[in-house]
Design a protein around this ligand. Structure first.
Ligand code: AGP
Length: 612
């Protein structure tokens, strides 16, 4: 939620900032703005709407400053408007601030500042920050080089909630201060310049050396230096980390949309995620894990906690973990888990999945589990993300950067990684799982089978054209296929705005079938040979009531009763969702295109949900 970019160097800052904002627009796109250090003080340019609006503002091309901060907003407090857009300034226009996160006590702080004579022009929570910094700055009687830093630190101590901040001060025209707490922010180190961003891909084309900040570490940036301080303002030493990502993964490379590109990147994402973790005849190994038989045997339960699509990946993994490891596995939504006092202790292993590694609810759930004594394992796609630094253990999907708001390749990579993790646990536990060799073989064949599945895209496009004007679409399945129904339905809602529901096929008769009437579309997923006949009966029931049907299957079944059938390659049931979701990802994509919508940036959504 909200994207932040900053630049401090010798080049003109504004084009670099705007370029960075365009790359970060998937984090929020209600409004955008920049502030640069100009000869006559701090400039501010901002407006509601997309970053492109910003580029059209009069005077933006005349900015000469080589230091600047920028922001693309996903509105929380106050509707999108020029006043509510960032950067925000204090009354005296001494400080410019951009902020990602939420200040929970802003009412209180606003009152405190109003009583001191400050006035406010916006409805945002952020506007208290520059004024609070100004308050501490003017009340500090020492006039040394750290006065700016002290004012920022003191203001941050008053803030409750989450924040990633970039701050400029007109009295320190060669510096910028940045700090974060529970919101992402990285610093890219260049030669005689420094870049700041909410995430790595936005500035990956400039540098591969990144400083990763912990909560409440303060940084004074100048062109040639980054000085780090802890919360007591003692200097700390920090070394940059080299990030070996490919900058081109943040480009569309000829695809119309990031989502389509990312769907087609799945064979590579899966191949990279499997990496060298095992071969058909060798045991699974994870570089960063050292679980023992003793520890795993002591577990009462495994919890998998995540949000949205990542949570759906967890639902798929439950089956594999319980069957392979014989450990009860519970899946929970992070925003529920964190507030329901879950039964977690040292006999629970808690696994947290987050593509971005920055989802506020998931991070909070992780912290809670640690407090309760559980060991925590993070699964993320982003090296050095908050969740991976917070957890006892971290393992990674290697899907490459995922830009489209609707998650595709991250989901399939999470599923494969979780199933490999289940095999790894089972092998440590020395359980007799005769089918593991076959499962491993099937995992290794996945990239090839995904390629085959992607070849079905024209057929799926054809069906999408028939149903894109529908108002309700149902997804049904049983067992592992129900988890895919959930994910298929979420994808469709997100990017097509069509109302959609997913149901366990056997549940239809207990209520939802009342909604089926002539012309309603029902999509059935059936890959489990033990359940296929049962799901066919449920599909038959909706056809009888006039439904249009699309069936996704890897089983040899009679096609004559369905409007369309998509035959996908067969594989082991534990990993069948990796193949069966692909037609549904394409289905949502083509429907969204047919409706002329912005596939990559659907309304009201942002890629990384860093507020609760
Ligand atoms: C997926 O299409 C969604 N945009 C969303 O549900 C997402 O999976 C969820 O917000 C979790 O994000 P994370 O994996 O970055 O934590």
């Amino acid at each position: 939620m909200c994207g932040i970019v900053g630049y401090i160097g010798t080049k003109k800052a504004s084009p670099i900032l705007i370029n960075g904002l365009l790359r970060l627009e998937y984090r929020g796109y209600d409004s955008a703005g920049i502030s640069t250090v100009e000869k006559n003080g701090l400039s501010i340019m901002k407006d509601k709407g997309r970053v492109l609006n910003l580029t059209k503002l009069e005077g933006i091309d005349d900015l000469e400053g080589t230091i600047g901060i920028a922001h693309t907003r996903w509105a929380t407090h106050g509707k999108p408007s020029p006043e509510n857009s960032h950067p925000h300034q204090d009354n005296s226009k001494t400080f410019s601030v951009v902020h990602n996160g939420i200040i929970e006590n802003y009412h209180e702080l606003r009152k405190f500042l109003t009583d001191k004579g400050y006035t406010f022009y916006s409805q945002t929570d952020t506007e208290v920050i520059p004024n609070l910094i100004h308050y501490y700055y003017t009340n500090d009687k020492q006039n040394d080089t750290l006065k700016f830093l002290r004012a920022v630190r003191n203001a941050c101590f008053d803030l409750k909630g989450s924040f990633a901040l970039e701050i400029l001060c007109k009295n320190y025209p060669d510096n910028m201060i940045v700090v974060r707490k529970d919101s992402p922010l990285v610093i890219g180190k260049g030669m005689g310049e420094n870049y700041i961003s909410s995430d790595i891909p936005a500035i990956l084309s400039f540098t591969k050396d990144f400083y990763l900040l912990n909560d409440l570490e303060f940084v004074i940036l100048s062109r040639n230096e980054a000085k780090f301080y802890n919360k007591d303002l003692e200097p700390i030493d920090k070394k940059p980390k080299v990030i070996e990502w490919n900058a081109s993964s943040a480009e569309k490379e000829g695809y119309e949309d990031f989502m389509l590109k990312e769907i087609y990147e799945q064979p590579t994402a899966i191949r990279e995620t499997i990496g060298a973790k095992f071969s058909e005849n060798s045991k699974c190994e994870f570089e960063n894990l050292n679980f023992t038989k003793e520890y795993l045997s002591s577990l009462n339960k495994i919890y998998i906690v995540a949000c949205g699509t990542a949570m759906h990946a967890g639902l798929v993994a439950k089956n594999a973990i319980e069957k392979l490891c014989k450990i009860e596995t519970e899946i929970d939504i992070a925003s529920e888990f964190r507030y329901r006092d879950p039964l977690v202790d040292e006999k629970t292993l808690c696994i947290f999945i987050s593509q971005s590694g920055e989802t506020a609810d998931t991070i909070a759930a992780l912290k809670l589990s640690k407090e309760k004594g559980a060991k925590t394992l993070a699964i993320s796609n982003v090296i050095g993300s908050s969740i991976t630094r917070e957890a006892d253990y971290a393992i990674y999907t290697h899907a490459g950067s995922e830009i489209a708001v609707a998650s595709t390749k991250a989901y399939t990579s999470q599923v494969v990684l979780l199933v490999i993790l289940a095999i790894y646990f089972a092998e440590i536990l020395e359980l007799d799982n005769s089918y593991v060799t076959n499962l491993k073989k099937e995992i290794l064949e996945l990239p090839k089978k995904i390629e085959e599945t992607l070849k079905l895209s024209e057929k799926i496009k054809e069906f999408s054209k028939k149903v894109y004007q529908e108002h309700d679409i149902f997804f049904i399945g049983r067992g592992i296929d129900e988890t895919v129904a959930k994910e298929g339905s979420l994808k469709l809602k997100e990017i097509s705005y069509i109302h959609s529901e997913s149901y366990a096929a056997g549940e239809l008769k207990h209520g939802p079938i009342a909604l089926i009437e002539n012309g309603v579309t029902v999509i059935g997923i059936m890959t489990d040979p033990n359940l296929v006949e049962k799901t066919i009966s449920n599909i038959q029931e909706v056809i009888t009531r006039g439904a249009k049907t699309l069936v996704i299957t890897n089983q040899p079944i009679d096609t004559s009763m369905f409007d369309m059938m998509i035959q996908i390659p067969d594989t082991h049931p534990f990993i069948s969702p990796i193949l069966s979701i692909i037609p549904l990802q394409l289905f949502s994509y083509y429907i969204s295109k047919e409706k002329g919508l912005d596939v990559d940036k659907p309304r009201n959504l942002a890629k990384s949900v860093t507020v609760e």
